[in-house]
Design a protein around this ligand. Structure first.
Ligand code: PEP
Ligand code: MN
Length: 339
């Protein structure tokens, strides 16, 4: 339920209303606008008397919210959420590009890629240290050593780092990580979502391989219900009957999510296509569809990559793509955050 309160009301009238809602055992999410304030009520609202609230003169409107997600709902927070990552803002009219290899392989590899993507204008560095692989015999990531190498790359380049957390027991290693990625395979690992909801770090939540947008929003709600509002959604392709691409990029997810949620949405054109040749066109299409950023796999030698080489851009391809992305941004009234 949302209650729209006129900003012209007296402070004590406003405080009385909020206290009364809290006494009913509900949480109140406050979103202040220029002329009115939206109070989002979270919890069992069945005992709230809508007619009574509507009759108060400080109240402009009361509305029941049908959707099961509350904190993530745009009705609760009409303005776009902007997530701050080491001075880089994700959301609003700002655009970010996160780039780097699928997995961290060596110091030389990650530092080379980090320096190159920074030079091309990327604003954050990605790299997997803990890898969720389909086969238990495939490379599982350099784990803690991988995190250490990412931190070295961060120190050398100043780029904030984004890396995936698979198991909450490893959380202490992530202290200096800027953004924790929850991968597609863990989108509905509810216990993990609750745990990352308890920490204050930004979370990049990827859409599951076969999950609806509503399920993605419910997963964001799990994180937000624990108090962490710094959630960035990521469309990374879903599984369909199509076999020419690794997944099917659901571009309509961007406008559909934008309508339903205030959270920023970025696109992963690498995992959604699985083919490096398709990454540039899908990146530009994502800009056109209104995404707040991209996360792109880039490797200094894709043919020799330990993981996802076929979908990784080389350094030159990424550099060329960045020029086009920046040109495209003016059409959608977005501003690039990097150089
Ligand atoms: C990744 O980003 O390397 C990754 C494993 O992505 P996803 O969870 O989307 O498959
Ligand atoms: Mn990958």
């Amino acid at each position: 339920m949302i209650i729209v309160v006129k900003n012209s009301c007296e402070k004590n009238q406003y405080d009385n209303l909020v206290d009364w809602i809290k006494e009913l055992g509900l949480d109140v999410h406050v979103s202040r606008g220029e002329t009115s304030t939206v109070l989002g009520l979270v919890g069992d609202t069945s005992r709230v008397d809508i007619d009574l609230i509507n009759s108060l003169d400080i109240v402009e409107q009361v509305q029941r919210v049908q959707e099961p997600y509350k904190n993530a709902n745009r009705k609760f927070n009409p303005l776009d959420t902007i997530v701050n990552i080491g001075g880089h803002k994700v959301g609003g009219n700002i655009f970010q590009v996160i780039a780097g290899p699928c997995s961290v392989e060596s110091e030389e590899q990650i530092i080379t890629v980090a320096k190159a993507v920074k030079k091309s204008g990327a604003t954050m560095l990605r790299g997997g240290a803990f890898k969720p692989r389909t086969s238990p015999y495939a490379f599982q990531g350099l784990k803690n050593q991988g995190i250490e190498l990412l931190l070295k790359a961060k120190k050398e380049t100043g780029l904030p780092i984004v890396t995936e957390l698979l198991n909450i027991n490893d959380i202490d290693l992530f202290e200096d990580v800027d953004v924790i990625q929850i991968g597609a395979r863990n989108m509905q690992n509810f216990e993990l979502l609750k745990e990352v909801g308890k920490i204050g770090k930004p979370i990049l939540l990827k859409r599951g391989l076969a999950n609806t947008l509503q399920e993605l929003l419910m997963s964001a709600e799990y994180i937000m219900a624990e108090g962490n509002n710094k959630v960035i959604l990521c469309e990374r392709g879903i599984r369909t009957f199509e076999t020419m691409t690794r997944n099917t990029l659901d571009l309509s997810a961007i406008p559909a999510l934008k309508e339903k949620t205030h959270l920023p949405i970025i696109v992963d054109p690498s995992h959604s296509t699985g083919v490096s040749k398709f990454v540039p066109s899908m990146s530009l299409a994502s800009v056109g569809a209104g995404a707040d950023g991209l996360i792109i796999e880039v490797h200094n030698n894709p043919k020799k990559a330990w993981c996802d080489g076929a979908q990784s851009l080389d350094l030159e391809q990424f550099d060329k793509l960045m020029i086009k992305i920046k040109k495209m941004l003016s059409i959608v009234d977005k501003v690039y955050d990097g150089e």
